[in-house]
Design a protein around this ligand. Sequence first.
Ligand code: SF4
Length: 315
Amino acid sequence: MNLIHQWSLGQLLNEPRPYRLIATPEPNCNLACEHCYFSHKHVSPTIQPLVFQWGEALSFALNNDIEVLCAGRVMSKRAVDFVWYYIAAAKVHQKEVRLSVVDNGYTVFNLEPHFDHINTFNISIDGADKAHDKQRRMEGSARVAWKAIRKLKRKGYDPLLSSCLSPITMSGWNEFEKEVEQTDVRLSVSLTLDVGSTRSPSIFSKQDERERALELLVTGIPKLVQIYDTRDIEPLHKVLGDSVIWEKSENLPGMTTALDNGVVIVYRPLSVLRLVEFLMDHEGTVFCHLNPETSTLELNKKELLAWSIWKHGGI
Ligand code: SF4
């Protein structure tokens, strides 16, 4: 039995169903970012196309009204095939297409024939040009992403700029927010996650740096701030004061608070996400948030055991 058959784990916790399937139909990326949670080893995909392997996960998503987030890694032919197959499957099942995409700006227009089916375009820019290019380890990559955002807007779409704030991208952050405001694009920001086994300059290792980052996020222009790490809550309260009131998020699992300056903070700890977001890798394997074979993240013993049971077909 695989994960799809076994999501009774969620039922045991009174969680009716996962709310999102994050699909990575393409195993390789054109970038090798500092803060990436994937390994950058080249993977040779097996047979193409793999529609028969993706089918089970997509039927599960469609039949359970679960959003599909196509998070690339880039919109290669394989990823475009995946999107095409999802839309076709929705028609066959007579279900609503609930599709969002994430792209670093280089390849999103490969999906143009399917644009009208896409609910949200997330384009990643992590900060001011110099800082972004350093974090993304590619000269000029910030401008490529900005160009994609402006082109999407000219075509009448409303992209979301997704950002990862790190010790690298804190430099020049205010300048970056100015460009966001001038471009009139929605901004969503999270801090880079300190959950990997390798030290990277994109990880917050000092607590005071983390506090300064949170301070930057809750001030400035209106934005969505996504907090995943429980260690951020105490410094966040220090920055905001004790008057902050958390409410249960309506649509997504988590807690939210809205500030007077238009900043909305959503707190969704990884422990919760691991239970309610499923991931699908390029071969169609669905697992609980992390795949130890392709991820640089460390899993604890229980997660490894659960993953191994799901991957290898039941107890
Ligand atoms: S663009 Fe995304 S998937 Fe590609 S290396 Fe960067 S963070 Fe990883």
